[in-house]
Structures are given as structure tokens and as C-alpha cells.
Design a protein around this ligand. Sequence first.
Ligand code: HPA
Ligand code: ZN
Length: 335
Amino acid sequence: MPLPKAELHLHIEGTLEPELAFALAARNGVTLPYKDTEELRRAYLFQDLQSFLDLYYGLMAVLHTEDDFADLADAYLARAAEQGVRHAEIFFDPQAHTSRGVPLGTVVEGLARALDAGEERYGVSTRLIMCFLRDESAESAMETLQAAQPYLHRITGVGLDSAEAGHPPSKFREVYEAAAALGLRKVAHAGEEGPSAYIREALDILGVERIDHGLRCMEDPDLVARLARERIPLTLCPLSNVRLRAVDVLAEHPLPRMMAEGLLCTVNSDDPAYFGGYVGDNFRAVHEALGLGEEQLRELARNSFVASFLEDDEERRGRLLTEVEAYEFEAAGAE
Ligand code: HPA
Ligand code: ZN
């Protein structure tokens, strides 16, 4: 049995495996610019964040109907549950769909249907976090927030993703103020490709409660001290960082140093179909490449529930934390 954990940094569109992409393409009469799944997989050699995003947005052309989004989310939950995920806070990118003529309601209703069924079927509780594309305008983000009003009972929070450099958090101040006024929780990607100053902006200008990635805080010792003191969770994605070249090789990932600094680190998969593994694979990878031992893996699992937005179900959080403390690692001691 794998270590129980929460996944807090997961783009549902990034769980689109090549096999499902081709199946949905056939169902919807979409022609993909790849001969087969093998050829598509061979395209997963990214130079940086942008080269990944080009493929990620391109492949979304196969997602059209509520059923498509439901199938996508169901496939994720099945894989995640196998790797010990008991709670998932799932990002989605409304603008990447509405810009293709897919209504926001289709996206949310399809995802929500699978998540509701999945809670029963897989024992995974879920929340949805709606992300704004930071390389689109602040006006477009505000329109997206307005369009989401009929679905707010399904949406727990807002996030900020896509191409980071040149698109500072401050660009979205008003949108985040409006989101908070609607009772939404706030997170943002910061310090993946962008500088540590973007992490400060996300905290001070947007008022976020968690930082997604946050890797580059390590260039700023005062910021590290603050993040540790204020117990701001960081949702790290080690395999993603290697594939998008935020770090050269996994063995050089700063996760062990970050934990030693007292940062509240979590480990997540980001876009598992593209980056070589789901969250359990990320846990195994940091165990093998970084030498994190059982108590450090337990700390990461504990942190994932502490950092989750389970305030509306403290009983479940407490139960899951108890499971983490009681977990007995097998001889292999990985995920
Ligand atoms: N970074 C920024 N935007 C994204 C990512 C990421 O890793 N994945 C999907 N959208
Ligand atoms: Zn991400």
C-alpha cells in the first residue's frame, strides 16, 4: 500500500495521456499532427516552459464535450488513487477552452461529474482551482472570473499559470481582489521560471496562501526565512523541474536543502502525462535521486494534508494525518 498523500499541484489538462488523446480525437473527428502515440511521445522533449506549453495547449484540441472532460478526470483519479492520493486539488485552465469555443459550463460540469463519482469509486476527495493564464490580459482573467459565477459552488480557489517570465503577479491584483471578495482561496505559480521577486509579489500583492513551485526562493535567503517563518506551503514538482529544465538533473534539485531550511514543502506531479510520472513516481524519484529517507517522505505526505484546503472537512484531514503517522514503509521504502 502506498503512502497516503494529497496532490496540490496538478493541471487536469496535463494528465491527458497520448492514448486518451488519440481516442478523444477519433471520437470528435479531430486530426492530430502526429501519426500515433509513439510519435506524440517522442515530441515530449522540452527545452523550457514555453516549448511544453505549445504542445500542452495544442493537444487540448481533442477536448470538446462534457464526456471528454469527465473521461480525463476519471482517468487521472484512477492513476492517482493507485499511487496513494487520497485528496487532490485540481487546476484547470478555463481560457484554454473558452478561446476554442468550449463553454466554461461544459468544462466544469464534465470535471465535476467525474470528481463526484470518483470520490465514491476511488476514495479521493477533490477540490477544483480555476487558473488564469498569465500571458493573457488581466481583462480576460476578470471576464473568466465573471463567467465562473454560476459555478462557484464547484470552485474552491483561483490560481495563476502559463508563461511566467514577463507576466508578474501584480498584473492580476484586481482579479485576485475580486476572487477573494467572492470567497475563493488564492494560490499562484511563482518562481518556476520567474524570479524570486514574483514570489514576493504573489504573497504581498495577491495575498496567496500557497506558492506553486517557488523553487527560485532559494536565490533569496530573506525570502526563504520569511516563507519558513510564515509556514507558506510550496507545491514543488521535481520531475517537472527536470523536464522543463528548471534544474539540470534531479540529483541537483534543491528539495533537501529547502526541507532543511524549514520550508513547508510538498511534492506533486504538475502535468504527469508529459513529465514522466504521477505523484507517487515523484516521491519514488526524490527517494532514489535525492536520498530522502522514510521520515522525510512522511514529512512531505504530512505537509500535503496540512497545506490542503480541507478547512471545510477537518475531520477528514485529521483522519488522513493519522494514516500518515501510522504508515509503515515496506522494505523498498519508496513512495
Ligand atoms: N507552469 C506554468 N503553467 C503551466 C504549467 C507549469 O508547470 N503546467 C501547466 N500550465
Ligand atoms: Zn503547474
